[in-house]
Design a protein. Structure first.
Length: 235
């Protein structure tokens, strides 16, 4: 029976082989790569999506547990400025640890998945952990005067690591800027709001997965302009 290190190495090789298969367009027609664990009946397999998929089997496992630690911060302030009020806020979270305990094959000493800290990693092949950049923050500043409010929002996601990538293993940080302008018309009961989301048109950082970006973490939609009109009955 393979030991823990050999089993983990085999698991990573299967994940990498399937990535390469899809990267070069060879994963169609249910193609995939699998591997048998030496001296056992266990098979490591990572099935690939297919347009002819007919059935999905999901094996649920009660994970032995995990330990999480982090720091959340919030700051808000408001002050009079000229004819209106200026307000600012800060919200951030920093993940210190996201440690999943080892998963053992029941009734044996075989470790199916070793204990590890998932904080700061893409966790592409991790059974339960999603991508976990350590640092996420959002800053805002607004100015409210008369019947108008101008608001700015800056969102930041720190860089993190793809453990399974030999090419560009570090995923770049991602920063976006949103802005909105609200104009109230009290006598008519109308509110007009203009939005510019991802105003600078930032493209999400490249990630070595099928869609080339991390859909759990980054928004790929680019610059968007929106307008909304709200009417309140009764003025």
């Amino acid at each position: 029976m393979a030991d823990d290190a050999q089993l983990q190495a085999l698991r990573e090789q299967v994940a990498l082989a399937n990535r390469l298969l899809h990267h070069y367009g060879l994963g169609a027609y249910q193609g995939h790569v699998s591997a048998r664990v030496p001296d056992s009946d266990l098979v490591l397999i990572r099935a690939t999506p297919s347009v002819s998929l007919e059935r999905v089997q999901i094996d649920l496992v009660n994970w032995p547990g995990l330990v999480t630690r982090g720091i959340d911060t919030h700051f808000a302030a408001r002050t009079d400025a000229g004819p209106g009020q200026l307000s600012a806020s800060w919200d951030a979270t920093y993940t210190l640890e996201y440690r999943t305990k080892a998963l053992m094959l029941e009734g044996t000493d075989l470790t199916l998945y070793s204990q590890r800290d998932a904080a700061g990693y893409l966790n592409f092949a991790h059974p339960i952990a999603v991508p976990l950049p350590r640092w996420k923050s959002r800053w805002s500043a607004s100015y409210d005067w008369g019947n108008q409010i101008l608001s700015n929002y800056v969102s930041y996601i720190s860089s993190y690591e793809d453990q399974g990538a030999d090419i560009r293993p570090i995923i770049d940080p991602f920063l976006t800027w949103d802005i909105s302008f609200l104009w109230r018309f009290p006598t008519s009961g109308l509110d007009l709001t203009l939005y510019a989301l991802n105003l600078t048109g930032e493209i999400p950082p490249w990630v070595n997965v099928e869609q080339a970006y991390d859909g759990f973490t980054h928004d790929p939609k680019g610059r968007r302009l929106k307008m909304s009109l709200t009417y309140r009955f009764g003025g």
